[in-house]
Write a protein that binds this ligand. Sequence first.
Ligand SMILES: Cc1cc2nc3c(=O)[nH]c(=O)nc-3n(C[C@H](O)[C@H](O)[C@H](O)COP(=O)(O)OP(=O)(O)OC[C@H]3O[C@@H](n4cnc5c(N)ncnc54)[C@H](O)[C@@H]3O)c2cc1C
Length: 397
Amino acid sequence: MMQYDVVIVGGGISGLSMAFYSAGAGMKTMLLEKNETAGGSFASYEYTMGNKSFWLELGAHTCYSSYASLLGIVEACGMMGEMIPRAKVPFTFLKNEKIHSIVSQLHIAELLMSVPNLFKLKKDGRSVRSYYEKIVGKRNYDEVIRHFFNAVPSQPSDDFPADMMFKSREKRKDVLKNYTFKGGLQSVARAITKQPGIEVKTGSDVVSITRENDGYRLKTASGEEYSAARVALAVPSAVASTLLANVSPDLSAHLGKLRAAEVDTVGVIVRSANVSMKPVAAVISPDDLFFSVVSRDTVPDEHFRGFAFHFQPGVSEKKKKERITEVLGLPMGKIEHIALKANVVPSLRLGHHEWLAKTDSILKSEKGILLTGNYFAGMAIEDCVSRSKSESERLKG
Ligand SMILES: Cc1cc2nc3c(=O)[nH]c(=O)nc-3n(C[C@H](O)[C@H](O)[C@H](O)COP(=O)(O)OP(=O)(O)OC[C@H]3O[C@@H](n4cnc5c(N)ncnc54)[C@H](O)[C@@H]3O)c2cc1C
């Protein structure tokens, strides 16, 4: 039986950052990830063709100068030199099968009349719709802005708490405003797994957690067992709820109240010469089968272009393929490679702050259980890392 100070379940950026802080605090740390690579929604897909290689983000794609906790980890991993700017290509709007700029779609008079509300209205206690339709005007919100907002959590976002979607955080002046890394976000995930004191076991689907003496015993689907003084859950809320059913029924039931959306992502890699679409950062198409198409044109490549289609759940494979070929304007035979990924994104609602306060109060009496993920103060990478940072403080107690 392998014995650890902390075993972390889930190797997305929440689990990876938790591992970083835990190992940094001198704890013997094991991270268990179900998939064959760590990273979760922070993992880039890597494609190799002969001597050419290309990465494509199938989840997160952009980091910002305001991501202070993430930057702390990037610095400690010696990755600052790998940071690169994103090419300035536009976010676009697909209407009647033609690409348009966002500005061309806005009702400018309505926008000018509404925008002063920015200085009067507070986000607290308001939903995304109730706040932003006053800032941009109702028609602009309904016809244009709403679709861009839906693309952020890849689900209808009208009812999200406005203060949990876009946050103003202090920016670091010495780093690029927005950036990625030469090898994609995956390169940061990989660098974290190599930090001293962190052991990572991929292909480890944790299926049960039970109490054992003063600690916990974890079992994986393949029958491996791990023992730990503390267990950290960095998985979607529904998975955390199931895994905690035996060891903390109250926390399990509380986690079970949260909802999440599944995003069916299809990454499409094509030879640059085969696509005529001008370079874009993303394509948003109102009320389409997908919430967004995020492109790799922000980091241009000599040979390939890549597009991640973030589909609604339940769309048939046939329909997805038809829509992909229509949007890219090329037949299936011209698609070089397809990669699939299932992302899980929380469906946050007003009242989440109260949910969060209750979570932390339950955790006060569960000193051996640490909870992190993208369903706490928000779903951005920085929210995940900040949560891991604050949870790791409890390790020291
Ligand atoms: C399409 C998309 C685009 C985004 N773009 C951005 C962006 O540009 N910038 C930004 O800041 N944020 C972005 N986000 C949000 C951000 O990427 C995510 O919220 C964040 O990466 C989630 O990290 P996580 O570790 O909490 O969860 P996940 O990445 O979902 O990781 C959870 C991990 O747990 C593993 N797991 C699940 N069950 C088990 C089990 N039983 N045993 C072991 N392992 C298990 C999963 O395999 C997974 O690897 C985006 C999200 C999506 C979906």
